[in-house]
Design a protein. Structure first.
Length: 486
């Protein structure tokens, strides 16, 4: 008979005494005490103990001295065709119009084409550049000028073949929304070097992003580590300009009152998101002066604007790249620039002409500019999409598609520069058809582990405990690609 039953089985006065209760129900009280202790422990862990938002963002040392202190990730959403830009395969020209052998394709699924679709050869000429001899398409004349500064990885592989899950997978290590992004992990590990700008900024220069905000979400990390998206037009952040009739004193008084009320509520419920809200109000207040100065490119020299191909008053990828450099100078830790539109299911040639015309000059200029300012050594630049494109052609009269390429997860190319990466290196290779990786495969998890290593983190020790389980960016998978490290 348990304590509850004993209490209600008898009704004598002795049974209701405190001494009897403590004697007979000691085990029950022990459980109650243990439950209370465990509840406090778990609650403290879930709330981030007593860590404030300002404390959460203070600069911190990594596991070991990392060569990179900042990251600029140029995300080419939609997936550029590696076969027409980086991975030259003359054999595809010879086989154009013929299907690939079934033994090559295996059981690979495709989004829009049949496995027996005909081969499509490279659309552009390739040539070697720099002392490194990096082989690049004629569509990348500006990148060719910095060939000796970049590391080409031609052996990337992913597990996903549709845009949204592939983008989320590359950014978070998981194919579904809900996990912290790479940028959030970096801010969690290193903190912020600036109090006047967000530590993690996101910009977009296209029509939309398939993976959406899950690509820069903090997931189960405190929301203070989330990316802050800057807009292309008008105020970089909505409502950053004070309404008419609101002066600085009134605004300051209002914020002070709101903070007082929020902190009173924080003391009652202990929700760390209230602390994040307080920090967000203060950041918005500081952004009213720091953001206009950041976004005003008139202080940049004419030569710099020309190098990027940037019209300071026109939203564009070049403008975003120049802003990224200015953010790094001002202490922003992580910048994501998403340029959508590479999804060439039709007219891959025209798609690449348009997108390379919009991005090639500024991407190369960013590398040049960072180097001449002494920032490239501590800034890791990453360029690439979520997967590659097929060696086979996509043609669909019903959809009005012809001479395109479908999604290809088995092999694609990214390039890196600065921040502890070996320059002038081409790493990995694919077969003669550009279908499979045959040398030095680099999985998405390997790339994530390597980026963390450049920032000074042991990817196995970079963990966050959530609901009693330890999580990592790349789970239990991935290894550092030591061959590409400087």
């Amino acid at each position: 008979m348990n304590c509850h039953d004993q209490l209600y089985a008898r009704s004598s006065p002795r049974m209701n005494s405190r001494r009897w209760f403590l004697k007979e129900c000691g085990l029950g009280l022990g459980k109650i005490a243990l439950a209370s202790l465990l509840t406090d422990a778990f609650t403290s862990s879930a709330r981030g103990a007593s860590v404030s938002a300002s404390e959460a963002l203070r600069p911190r040392l990594p596991h070991y001295p990392g060569k990179a202190k900042h990251v600029i990730y140029l995300f080419m959403a939609g997936a550029p065709s590696q076969l027409d830009l980086f991975d030259h395969k003359p054999e595809l020209t010879r086989l154009e119009g013929k299907p690939l052998p079934p033994s090559v394709i295996g059981g690979q699924r495709y989004a829009f084409i049949r496995p027996d679709a005909a081969v499509l050869g490279p659309r552009f000429k390739f040539s070697k550049h720099g002392q490194s001899g990096a082989e690049l398409s004629e569509m990348l004349p500006h990148l060719a000028e910095v060939a000796d500064e970049i590391c080409l990885i031609k052996s990337m592989k992913t597990d996903q073949f549709n845009h949204a899950p592939a983008q989320i997978f590359l950014n978070t290590g998981f194919s579904q929304p809900g996990r912290p992004s790479l940028g959030s992990w970096v801010i969690y590990g290193l903190g912020s070097e600036t109090q006047d700008l967000p530590a993690f900024v996101v910009m977009s220069t296209g029509s939309g992003i398939s993976g959406g905000s899950a690509n820069w979400s903090s997931g189960f990390l405190p929301s203070v580590y989330s990316g802050v998206r800057f807009r292309n037009r008008g105020d970089p952040i909505l409502d950053i300009t004070s309404p008419k009739g609101i002066d600085w004193k009134l605004q300051r008084d209002s914020l002070d009152l709101i903070e007082e009320l929020n902190r009173a509520q924080l003391g009652i419920v202990g929700d760390p998101e209230i602390e994040t809200r307080v920090a967000s109000y203060e950041m918005a207040y500081r952004l009213q002066s720091s953001a206009p100065e950041l976004m005003d490119l008139k202080s940049e020299s004419k030569a710099t604007l020309q190098m990027y191909g940037c019209d300071p008053d026109k939203p564009s990828f070049p403008r975003a790249c120049l802003l990224a450099r200015r953010m790094i100078e001002r202490g922003v830790r992580f910048v994501n620039i998403y340029h959508e539109g590479w999804d060439a299911h039709s007219d891959v040639s025209g798609n690449l002409k348009n997108n390379c015309g919009a991005t090639d000059q500024a991407s190369a200029a960013l590398v040049k500019d960072l180097k001449q300012r002494g920032l490239l050594a501590e800034t890791l630049v990453v360029w690439g999409g979520e997967f590659g494109r097929t060696p086979m052609v996509e043609t669909n009269a019903a959809l009005g598609r012809s001479l395109g390429r479908d999604h290809h997860p088995q092999a694609f190319t990214v390039w890196l520069a600065g921040g502890g990466i070996k320059p002038g290196l081409t790493y990995g290779s694919t077969d003669d058809l550009g279908f499979h990786v045959v040398e030095n495969q680099v999985h998405v998890h390997d790339l994530q582990a390597t980026l963390l290593h450049c920032l000074g983190f042991d990817h196995e020790r970079m963990v966050y405990t959530y609901q009693g389980r330890q999580f990592r960016l790349k789970g239990v998978h991935g290894h550092v690609v030591k061959e590409i490290l400087a």
